[in-house]
Write a protein that binds this ligand. Structure first.
Ligand SMILES: [Zn+2]
Length: 139
């Protein structure tokens, strides 16, 4: 039996893993992730995101930015820089991992990369501590 991958279907076009988002992990009104089109629980910045609503993205068959002729565009690079600087995570690294080693391998890697060292719970990229046991996250 194939192990069920925790972050399956939570990887957004830009390379973001929605399973790491505090909007997805919060108890109250959790977001369904980028692919839940009309989900009002999605953070406003995600509902109005220029990347997921991009016309060029709509023409791709994979649904991922790496397939676009303008990849990586300035919008994606801006988002990537913000996440790299603020949260120590890179959308472009994620997409390169996916194109290089495949989605399955990426999801497995994410599962171990974002597991709390103390209790094993899934971590949020937006918080410096584990949401379950409050242990500090070392980066
Ligand atoms: Zn923990």
């Amino acid at each position: 039996m194939v192990q069920e991958l925790k972050y399956q279907s939570l990887i957004a076009a830009c390379g973001m893993n929605c399973g790491l988002c505090i909007g997805y992990l919060r108890d109250k009104n959790p977001s369904g992730g980028c692919f839940k089109k009309d989900d009002l629980n999605k953070p406003g910045s995600c509902r109005n995101c220029v990347i997921v609503n991009c016309k060029a993205l709509a023409k791709t068959t994979s649904g991922f930015c790496y397939e676009c002729g303008k990849y990586p565009c300035s919008r994606l690079k801006r988002l990537n820089t913000r996440y790299r600087t603020k949260y120590g995570m890179s959308m472009l690294d994620n997409l390169n991992f996916i194109t290089g080693k495949g989605m399955q391998s990426f999801l497995e890697n994410e599962q171990s990369r974002w597991a709390c060292e103390n209790c094993g719970a899934g971590l949020s990229v937006h918080r410096p501590f584990c949401l379950e046991c409050k242990a500090e996250v070392k980066k």
